[in-house]
Ligand binder design. Sequence first.
Ligand code: GDP
Length: 532
Amino acid sequence: MPPDPHTENAADPAQEAARRRTFAIISHPDAGKSTLTESLALHCGAVQEAGHIHGKGDRGSTVSDWMSMEQERGISVTSASMQLEHRGTILNLLDTPGHADFSEDTYRVLAAVDAAVMLVDAAKGLEPQTMKLFAVCRHRGIPIITVINKWDRPGREALELMDEIREQTGLEPTPLTWPVGIAGEFGGFLDRRSGELVTVEPSAGGRHLAREQIRTPDEAAGADVDGWEQSVEESELLSASGADLDRETFQEGITSPVLFAAAVRHIGVPRILDALVELAPSPAPRPDVAGRDRALDEPFSAFTFKVQAGMDPAHRDRLAFIRVCSGVFRRGMTATTARTGKPFAMKYAHLSFGRDRDLTDLAYPGDVVGLVNASALTIGDTLYEAPPVEFPGLPRFAPEHFAVATPADRGRTKQFRRGMEQLESEGVVQVLRSERRGEEIPVLAAVGTMQFDVVEHRLTHEFRSAPRWETLPYGIARRTDEESAAALEAIGGVEVLRRGDGELLALFRDRWHVRGVERTREGLTLEPLVAA
Ligand code: GDP
């Protein structure tokens, strides 16, 4: 019989927090995030064979039922989480959806993690989406472990990639491993801390773990391995320039440990797990709106970082993903929603996939729980067991797509307005207004166009008032203030609007447009928007 969550003995939440690492992978599409996720899961024994988690067309099917459910519905907006265990440490990997469905949700996930793995394609280096996600991590002070992937393919020189990381991110790379042999001939790598040579023998087709062989520096020198001497020399150069691991500056977001990998062959992946266990911070007490920390062993508290409405209007199911901040989550418990003061019963806590049980009975700080029937919750909501606590709301992120939506059928204006209010409160899209356009005709702003698709779908099916779209020719927003607003409004092609959270945003065509205005009109307030 499954244990009863009401009576099951819970462990000490502070101790459980100490053995947890909650992180996300940030990358550009195609860098290998799904492949790495599968490999991590394979190493942790969550799946028997690679190719079964993120079902993607030609590769296996998904482990998670609800993901496939959504695929059937045509629109997938879920960022699921996966729980893995490595060396007694529990790893919560939060998915950052990042392809066509790149949206504000992708950024919001980063509000719920304590560390990030920045996955870089060895041949392509740092790409735009990686840089956008990196900017959010930097803003939030999230420490970053860098993984150079696809080292089994011809790519750039390792040292050149280190320069690029330094120049583009400002992070000081401190490689933990260093490749032996050029990109494309992944013979193995040097473990820079032990000085050992690690050679790897991939399994056929990459379906199983690769076998590692470890040699001492003396053995390596005697083995006549191609590229070994060069690797040792380069590693010494790195040490001479101070590029050795430093845990403190890593956790402060100043340095970034770097590992080389070929996820598709499971090469270098165990060391990524080791680095997460050894270096990534465990969940820390979260400060509330007043700046007071909620200690890990205080009663249960959590915040909602993602709300997903069911796409099927017949089932008004709504999933809310919470991150536990303190205490113990027990399925079936009733917590209070800080915003409304109302009780919320958490009956059907959903799984995070990778676990063998369907439902989460107990969860601890750092864990993610999906709550069904969560129509009373919106993004950023705090849930708690007394004593009360309220965490700061989630930040809004820099929108890059702007459009005006009006009801296609004027007779359904009321439903349309109600729908827009609902979608705004859920954080599905940002809503900007100005006197010039009138209260009734807001501008919708999004990080990814996928957000507009969701608006369209829900207005049409849930509120029965389909929108008509007018895309606006803006591509970038800057934060401004009342003093600068009038001057900005007078400039051709610039529009100033107020967002729901009170921020004044000036919209421009592109960043050259912003630069042009900055050059010719000094003294205007124009600040880049990452997060509020
Ligand atoms: P995602 O878009 O970041 O999730 O990337 P995928 O995991 O889907 O990988 C994109 C492509 O790169 C796929 O064809 C993978 O098989 C391939 N790939 C991923 N990792 C590696 C690697 O280490 N080496 C090589 N050669 N290919 C890889």
